[in-house]
Design a protein around this ligand. Structure first.
Ligand SMILES: C[S@@+](CC[C@H](N)C(=O)[O-])C[C@H]1O[C@@H](n2cnc3c(N)ncnc32)[C@H](O)[C@@H]1O
Length: 223
């Protein structure tokens, strides 16, 4: 079946403004990394730390939205502990109600967690499906998920044989992503989940082109 790009996607450009220095603090969508200095959020952070502490694979889906895909992955393989990170509160609450024991749904800005709270090499897989491209330069400069800084955080958080998996239907965004992962090792794209994400369904229904890639982190010495 032929696929075609959404014409709007051809106009996407990476943010024009250069990224600032990588610092410990992340100015995130939910108050940034300083949020977890507030007592009411410390319990959430502790729950995450407890969830990822026992040995065994830990995988992450960032921006799970409706969460059906993530739920199906967790149900399909109880030996893997999945953490879903999503900024939309109602989506998180809805998934948390249905989550099996090996799935933690967390309302959080993933950039903060990857920068500050994941022990080095702890993650076996990070899925980022259809990250918001942000069409206006202001939001793109501030909120774009896949940036040089974020990919550096991913490289630290992933195990040496861990995999970052990205999908998008915005071709120029994928070109930007390929540039960010240039020093990484291409890996097989993980098998399709039992249940597709909402955007995967939309793209399949509309016969829209989807770009996918998976990469293993570079050796620590070259990061
Ligand atoms: C375009 S939607 C794609 C949703 C889903 N992955 C799919 O394939 O249908 C992007 C999602 O990422 C979430 N998101 C955006 N920035 C985020 C961040 N920094 N941390 C966690 N989630 C984020 C948004 O709330 C939204 O649900």
């Amino acid at each position: 079946m032929a696929t075609h790009p959404d014409p709007r996607t051809a106009t996407w450009r990476p943010p024009a403004s250069a990224e600032g220095p990588i610092t410990a603090d992340v100015p995130g969508a939910l108050g940034g990394s300083r949020l977890f200095e507030q007592p009411q959020y410390r319990a959430e952070l502790q729950a995450f730390c407890d969830f990822i502490e026992p040995p065994g694979p830990v995988a992450v889906e960032i921006g799970f939205d409706y969460g059906g895909r993530l739920l199906s992955l967790a149900q399909a393989d109880p030996a893997v502990r999945w953490v879903g990170m999503e900024v939309r509160q109602r989506r998180v609450e809805a998934l948390a109600e249905r989550a099996p024991a090996n799935l933690l749904a967390w309302r959080v800005d993933a950039r903060t967690v990857l920068r500050q709270f994941v022990p080095a090499g702890r993650l076996s897989r990070v899925d980022v499906l259809f990250p918001t491209p942000w069409w206006d330069e202001g939001h793109r400069a501030k909120r774009l998920l896949l940036t040089e800084a974020f990919v550096a955080d991913l490289a630290r958080a992933l195990a040496p044989d861990g995999v970052a998996h990205v999908a998008t239907d915005v071709g120029p965004y994928f070109a930007h992503v390929e540039g960010l992962f240039a020093g990484w090792t291409p890996a097989p794209v993980p098998p399709v989940a039992p249940v597709p994400s909402r955007r995967e369904r939309v793209c399949a229904r509309g016969d829209l082109a989807v770009w996918r890639g998976a990469w293993r982190p570079p050796p620590a010495a070259t990061r």
